[in-house]
Ligand binder design. Structure first.
Ligand SMILES: NC(=O)c1ccc[n+]([C@@H]2O[C@H](COP(=O)([O-])OP(=O)(O)OC[C@H]3O[C@@H](n4cnc5c(N)ncnc54)[C@H](OP(=O)(O)O)[C@@H]3O)[C@@H](O)[C@H]2O)c1
Ligand SMILES: [Zn+2]
Length: 345
């Protein structure tokens, strides 16, 4: 089969379209015919590599997928050949204390399809059957193929970790990001008032169309936190959703209200920060880390997306062969919404 692989970590030129063997599902797995696969920033991290990440090469990139079940292992009962499905890319052991308490994304051996096993930028992928769910019927394959990783992460940050309430104010940094945009949609559905930032006025206009009440171009203003204070009568945001890290962390502490929550899931701009601990305790802040989500988060997210008939915002759809162009567009932050690789018809 055809797949987007790396033979070693590095730049875009390391990504190649190659012929590799078809995957063979074990007794507890299914093989999917991948119709569409959305890009995530994770694909870039995996391509670049990081200390401690040891992959069997060649490695197939990609974590999200929507497709059709092609083959099922002997123990599989939850899906059948021909079912239209999406993939939850989170991999957990099922037996550690965190899995047993239902917190699969806290698993001691937590992994992700496309990072710790071959990914979805391929004509076929084999995955545990328990990671496969019926495709929401209001979404086509391209939309459904972008759903899992971003919406799951957004759901857990906003609903499970921050416990957002209707009427609260949420600040979302960098609305061009995949998770950020899902947070906007979910926060509006939950009845929140939303402030978004971006480097692009065009993206801010699109965010207003999706329901954002207040916008800040972080390239054009000197003090993002002051802008947040200005639109919240000096109070600050109840909840801050940060996927950016080092560049936004100092802003978070000035833009959050007393007793407010800062939720972080990513460090696109870097992981190392200085924190004024006095601000943390004096203002009685809650800092929450968040990674993907539990099986229950996934089920709740799917139910919410289906009930509200939410549709992922699609930036562009490209063939598998354009994987380098797709990754480059994401790396340069040009996208608004998800970039999709269309793999099989
Ligand atoms: N822990 C988890 O489970 C998990 C899950 C998903 C993602 N992540 C991580 O979260 C991060 C975001 O990933 P993603 O795929 O959602 O998004 P992405 O597409 O990588 O997000 C890029 C966006 O970040 C924004 N940005 C960059 N620098 C900024 C700055 N200085 N200030 C404000 N915004 C800035 C830009 O928004 P504008 O274009 O609007 O300026 C840019 O378009 C990545 O680091 C990823 O690895 C973690
Ligand atoms: Zn576990």
């Amino acid at each position: 089969m055809k797949a987007a692989v790396i033979q070693e970590h590095g730049g875009l030129d390391r990504v190649r379209i190659e012929q590799v063997s078809d995957p063979e599902p074990t007794e507890d797995e299914v093989a999917l015919n991948v119709h569409s696969a959305g890009l995530n920033h994770l694909d870039i991290w995996v391509r670049k590599g990081r200390p401690g990440l040891k992959l069997a090469m060649p490695h197939i990139l990609g974590s999200d997928a929507a497709g059709v079940v092609l083959a099922v292992g002997g123990n599989v009962t939850n899906v059948s050949i021909g079912d239209k499905v999406i993939l939850n890319p989170g991999l957990s052991c099922g037996s550690c204390e965190y899995c047993k308490s239902g917190e699969q994304s806290e698993c001691i051996s937590f992994g992700i399809v496309g990072m710790t096993r071959p990914g979805t930028f391929a004509e076929q992928v084999a995955v545990p059957a328990s990671n496969v769910f019926a495709k929401p019927s209001h979404l086509n394959f391209d939309e459904a193929g972008t759903l899992a990783l971003s919406y799951l992460t957004a759901w857990r940050m906003l609903m499970t970790r921050a416990r957002l309430k209707p009427g609260q104010t949420v600040l979302i940094h960098g609305i061009g990001g995949g998770v950020a945009l899902c947070v906007l949609q979910l926060a509006k559905r939950a009845g929140a008032e939303v402030i978004v930032t971006s480097s692009s006025d065009e993206k801010l206009t699109r965010a207003i169309q999706l329901g954002a009440e207040h916008t800040i171009n972080y390239r054009k203003v000197d003090d993002v936190a002051q802008c947040v204070k200005d639109v919240t009568s000096g109070r600050g945001a109840d909840v801050i959703i940060d996927t950016v890290g080092a560049a936004t962390w100092p802003i978070d502490f000035s833009a959050v209200r007393r007793g407010g929550k800062i939720v972080l899931c990513g460090v696109t701009s870097g992981p190392n920060v200085e924190t004024n601990l006095q601000m943390l305790y004096w203002n009685q802040l809650t800092i929450l880390g968040s990674t993907m989500g539990s099986d229950e988060d996934f089920r709740q997210m799917l139910k919410a997306v289906t009930t509200a008939r939410l549709k992922p915002v699609i930036d562009s759809i490209m063939p598998l062969e354009s994987v380098r162009e797709a990754m480059s567009r994401m790396e340069e932050g040009k996208q608004f919404g998800k970039i999709v690789l269309k793999i099989s018809k």
